[in-house]
Design a protein around this ligand. Structure first.
Ligand SMILES: [Zn+2]
Ligand SMILES: [Zn+2]
Length: 159
C-alpha cells in the first residue's frame, strides 16, 4: 500500500530522528517503527500530547498501536531523554535539547496548551538545595509552572 501521509518538513525533525537513531545504536537498542513514529508525532505536533492523542495520530499509520504499546514507546524515549512527561497535564513533549541531562522548568499555557521548556540554573540549584535542606534525595526535579502565555494574553487584551 502506498504511503499516504504527507512528508513533514518541520525544521529539526530529521535531525532529531537521526539523533534518536544514533542514541539507540549507541545503546545497542532497536529503534522500532513505533518509537520513531511517537517521537516524530510529538515533534511535529509542537506541543504536549496525551498518550491517547498520540494513539489517535499513530493509528491511521499503524493499526496495531495500542495504549500499552504507546506507553512502552514513551517510557523508552523518556529513558533516552528525548521525551519529557508533564505531570500536571498528564502529557508528553519532545525535549528541545536532549544532548545533555538536564533538570528543566516547563511553563504551560492553560489556554492554548503551549509548553515552553526553560533551563534556569538558579532554579535547578535552588530545588537541589531545598531537597538537601529537608533531607530529600530528589529523583525528579522538573518544575511545572502554569499560566497564560504571551500570545494568549495579547489576544485577550484585544477582545
Ligand atoms: Zn529537555
Ligand atoms: Zn497560550
Amino acid at each position: 500500500m502506498a504511503k499516504t501521509h504527507k512528508a513533514i518538513h518541520t525544521p529539526g525533525l530529521e535531525g532529531a530522528l537521526d539523533r534518536l537513531e544514533h542514541l539507540c545504536r549507541a545503546r545497542g537498542q532497536r529503534l522500532t517503527r513505533q518509537r520513531r513514529a511517537v517521537l516524530s508525532s510529538l515533534l511535529s505536533a509542537g506541543r504536549a500530547l496525551s498518550a491517547y492523542e498520540l494513539l489517535e495520530r499513530l493509528r491511521p499509520e499503524d493499526g496495531k498501536s495500542t495504549p500499552a504499546s504507546v506507553y512502552r514507546s514513551l517510557d523508552f524515549l523518556m529513558t533516552l531523554g528525548v521525551v519529557h512527561r508533564l505531570e500536571s497535564t498528564r502529557s508528553f513533549i519532545a525535549c528541545e535539547h536532549p544532548e545533555t541531562p538536564h533538570w528543566v522548568q516547563f511553563l504551560i499555557c492553560r489556554r492554548c496548551g503551549q509548553v515552553v521548556e526553560a533551563e534556569d540554573e538558579r532554579i535547578a540549584a535552588a530545588t537541589e538545595s531545598l531537597g538537601q535542606r529537608l533531607g530529600f534525595a530528589l529523583d525528579q526535579r522538573v518544575v511545572e509552572l502554569t499560566g497564560v502565555c504571551e500570545g494568549c494574553r495579547g489576544s485577550a487584551a484585544r477582545h
